[in-house]
Design a protein around this ligand. Structure first.
Ligand code: ATP
Length: 351
């Protein structure tokens, strides 16, 4: 549906030139919940603004439904944007705010009324239809902003960190609500966030960005299980990294070694998630290493076990706190840890 081809954006001139986007290319399918995720300054807002038409590209093209829209003014594009600040009309009621776009399009009242009610029902605010928008809570205002953006049924809804002004509890509720809204309306959402958990819980697919490059595009599960490079592995979830040396498909780490099919000869970086580190010597097909327990941190559902290897490398293991299981490890203890081959990934450096 949306085909982004070699899109780039530079700001400034000469020495002051900044490349915010480096020839980014990917496609978004109709009905997808697609997220642009990355740290501050990675270019995600710039990409969203290019799609909205608030700024023009320095190169590349933007094809929507087979038509290049790169030169089309924002108000002519079939896209709508929801910002972090809700920008509602404070003197208008909730209903009037939602009706605004349809009225501006000159739709008949007989059509506007039911469309507004349907949308307010969807965001669970029908009972507040006649309330002034300035008399709503932050979460309610954000839902009105969503209803207002959705009512005109844009081809794509762009959402620029729309939940970041909400408190934690409300934010979690809204994540679930937003995902439900997207499913029920069947619209294509492009969502911008720097919060990896938010991206993982809501998205069909995520583009992980850093330094104006797309590092990986995949489903949340694929990103977590098979990060394309060290940046993605470190940004999505928690990761342990180990320096290794590979030769003929066998990887050497400290005193241990293991066969890993995808390891190329030479210096390599291995990655393993904390929940996959086994705190004993008895795991089949695993890299075994001697470690010292340096710290135990209790998190309620699980405990984080901080470990130090012989060469000083730090590892974290996460173990679930089973009911009635006594504390068996103690700080300072020397143990053998097992890193199962199927949980070890060879990771490249990022672009
Ligand atoms: P954040 O999460 O902080 O909003 P972001 O990932 O959205 O970050 P962008 O706003 O897209 O990042 O910015 C990408 C890069 O482009 C940054 O280095 C930024 O300083 C630069 N940049 C963005 N807008 C402009 C501008 N109008 N003029 C000059 N440089 C800009």
């Amino acid at each position: 549906m949306l085909d982004i081809r070699g899109l780039s954006k530079r700001f400034g001139y000469g020495k002051g030139e900044v490349t915010a986007l480096h020839e980014v290319s990917f496609k978004i399918a109709e009905g997808e919940f697609f997220t642009l995720l990355g740290p501050s300054g990675c270019g995600k807002t710039t990409l969203l603004r290019l799609i909205a038409g608030f700024t023009g590209p320095s190169g590349g093209s933007l094809v929507l439904d087979g038509k290049d829209i790169a030169a089309m003014p924002p108000n002519k594009r079939p896209v709508n944007t929801v910002f972090q600040s809700y920008a509602l009309f404070p003197h208008m009621t909730v209903g009037q705010n939602v009706a605004f776009a349809l009225e501006a399009q000159g739709r008949p009242k007989s059509e506007i009324e039911p469309a507004v009610e349907k949308m307010l029902t969807l965001v669970q605010l029908l009972h507040l239809k006649n309330r002034k928008s300035s008399e709503l809570s932050g979460g309610q205002q954000q839902r009105v902003a969503l209803a207002r953006a959705l009512v005109a049924r844009p081809r794509i809804l762009l959402l620029d960190e729309p939940l970041s002004a909400l408190d934690m509890k409300l934010r979690k509720d809204m994540q679930i609500e937003l995902k439900r809204l997207q499913r029920e309306t069947g619209l294509t959402f492009i969502f911008v966030t720097h919060d990896q958990e938010e991206a993982l819980t809501m998205s069909d697919r995520i583009a992980v960005m850093s330094g104006g490059h797309v590092q990986q595009i995949a489903t949340p599960r694929e990103l977590y299980d098979r990060p394309a490079n060290r940046f993605v592995a470190g940004f999505i979830g928690e990761s342990n990294f180990l320096s290794a040396n590979a030769s003929g498909g066998v990887v050497q780490v400290g005193e241990g070694s293991i066969a890993l099919a995808d390891a190329k000869d030479g210096a390599q970086t291995l990655m393993i998630r904390p929940e996959h580190v086994v705190l004993s010597a008895n795991a089949p097909d695993a890299l075994q290493l001697q470690a010292t327990v340096t710290q135990l941190v209790f998190f309620g559902t699980d405990t984080h076990v901080h470990l130090s290897l012989a060469d000083g490398t730090k590892l974290v293991a996460r173990v679930q706190n089973a009911l009635h299981a006594g504390q068996t490890l103690s700080e300072g203890e020397r143990i053998t840890v097992s890193l199962p081959a199927k949980a070890l990934r060879v990771v490249k450096d990022e672009e």
